[in-house]
Design a protein around this ligand. Structure first.
Ligand SMILES: Nc1ncnc2c1ncn2[C@@H]1O[C@H](COP(=O)(O)OP(=O)(O)OP(=O)(O)O)[C@@H](O)[C@H]1O
Ligand SMILES: [Mg+2]
Length: 400
């Protein structure tokens, strides 16, 4: 086998990393919830939140795989703004049908009934009759029959000593009405001896997005997942290689820790490139040094360059002020103060940055960079951004 095929590192979005570094708390909470559900006890729904590339999907998939190994029947869906949840649920029900071919006929029938109970896509002629619009089939209109179908499925699944797990990724994209149908179903089962489990993942604004369903969701368990610590990063790099009989020099690990800053997506990228560079049984500092500039360029290009190219001078100033305040969310007032302006004056700049997806609002009054490690990118490109920011009218903080 070639070094490329033996490469243990995983750079594809959502791919299971060879070692889940730094996620013991999240995994054990999900394992406990799974065991409890399997034995007939209702578990608190769990949601993993975090910025892009922190490993939410990977974590959710790992939990799903472990639940399946414990006889869970999983409906795994990805919410999206463009495609309503019903189409993703349809696929997950179809998938469960083929995946569990050997399960009793009655479960197969219940899965088919659940598929049939989902709303079909509808066509609407707009009033000007200029074309045909495909209306997204929300779950809400057929709510009753869909929930009934899920109840039957849940009962059949339990009869076969299994349990139902509903797992939804990208929760922040889901239409609240659709999510409500599923959430109500899970809460309904919590009062019975046949509870279903709910696991989810989404960006940090997920709890805010779920506000409309809050009577249910405020008692859910949210885990905010973030950067790995240096020892966790070292584990993520060294342990998969060691399993293949390859060691990383300490200095090589230290350089990956520094370059990746513990951001899981970057950790996999640097470790993978270093692996492909190495020869023999040792990954050296020279290997990492050889790949680091190229990897950094690709990552900067993919993550930040495009977004930052589109900023106006005043937006550059805002980003520079935010980066100076360091990582994490900052209050609107703090940012305004460092720009020497009032919150009201700078709010329109923030709105532009929100539109350009450079920042987001984790909770009212706060602003945070959308992509992890943006403050580091801004620091590294400070000179150029400051030059562009200087093109703004002197002393002015409002957008042109
Ligand atoms: N604990 C971890 N240790 C090391 N690598 C990890 C860990 N968790 C995830 N990864 C790796 O990080 C990368 C990103 O993971 P993933 O796609 O799950 O992130 P995400 O949070 O779902 O991102 P997005 O918000 O863009 O969907 C993948 O290559 C994955 O294998
Ligand atoms: Mg994801």
């Amino acid at each position: 086998m070639t070094a490329a095929l033996e490469n243990p590192f995983r750079t594809a979005p959502g791919s299971l990393p060879p070692v889940f570094a730094g996620r013991d708390g999240e995994l054990s909470a999900a394992r406990y919830a799974t065991s409890l559900t399997a034995s007939g006890g209702a578990a608190q729904p769990i949601v993993f939140t975090g910025l892009r590339g922190m490993g939410k999907t990977a974590l959710l998939r790992q939990c799903v795989a472990e639940a399946e190994a414990r006889r869970g029947v999983v409906l795994y869906s990805e919410a999206s703004r463009e495609n309503p949840l019903s189409s993703s649920l349809r696929r997950s029900l179809e998938h469960a049908k083929t995946r569990f071919r050997s399960i009793p006929r009655k479960i197969q029938t219940a899965l088919e009934a659940a598929i049939k109970s989902l709303p079909e896509a509808t066509y609407e002629l707009p009033s000007d009759l200029g074309g045909i619009k495909l209306a997204p089939p929300s779950l809400a209109p057929r709510r009753e029959s869909f929930v009934e179908a899920l109840e039957t499925l849940n009962a059949e699944v339990r009869r076969d000593h299994r349990f139902l797990l509903i797992a939804i990724d990208e929760l922040q994209e889901g239409h609240v009405k659709d999510l409500l149908v599923l959430v109500e179903f899970v809460h309904l089962t919590a009062g019975t001896s046949e509870p279903a489990l709910f696991l989810g993942a989404g960006l940090p604004d997920t709890p805010r997005h779920l506000h409309a369903v809050r009577t249910y969701t405020e008692r859910w368990r949210y885990f905010r997942i973030g950067l790995l610590t240096p020892p966790e990063t070292a584990l993520a790099v060294e342990s998969p290689a060691r399993a293949q009989g390859v060691t990383f020099e300490d200095a090589a690990v230290a350089r990956i820790v520094e370059e990746s800053a513990g951001y899981p997506f970057f950790v996999q990228e640097y470790a993978s490139a270093a692996w492909l560079q190495h020869r023999g049984k040792r990954v050296t500092l020279a290997d990492v040094q050889a790949i680091a500039p190229g990897v950094r360029r690709i990552l900067e290009d993919g993550f930040y360059d495009e977004r930052f190219r589109r900023l106006t001078p005043r937006e550059c100033r805002y980003a520079l002020a935010m980066a100076e305040l360091g990582a994490g969310p900052h209050t609107v007032a703090e940012i305004a103060q460092s720009l020497g302006a009032t919150s009201e004056t700078v709010s329109s700049i923030r709105n532009q940055l929100l539109k350009k997806d450079v920042v987001y609002v984790p909770s009212p009054g706060l602003v945070e960079f959308r992509m992890p490690l943006t403050e580091r990118y801004v620091e590294q490109h400070r000179a150029e951004l400051a030059r562009r920011a200087a093109l703004a009218a002197p002393g002015s903080a409002s957008p042109e």
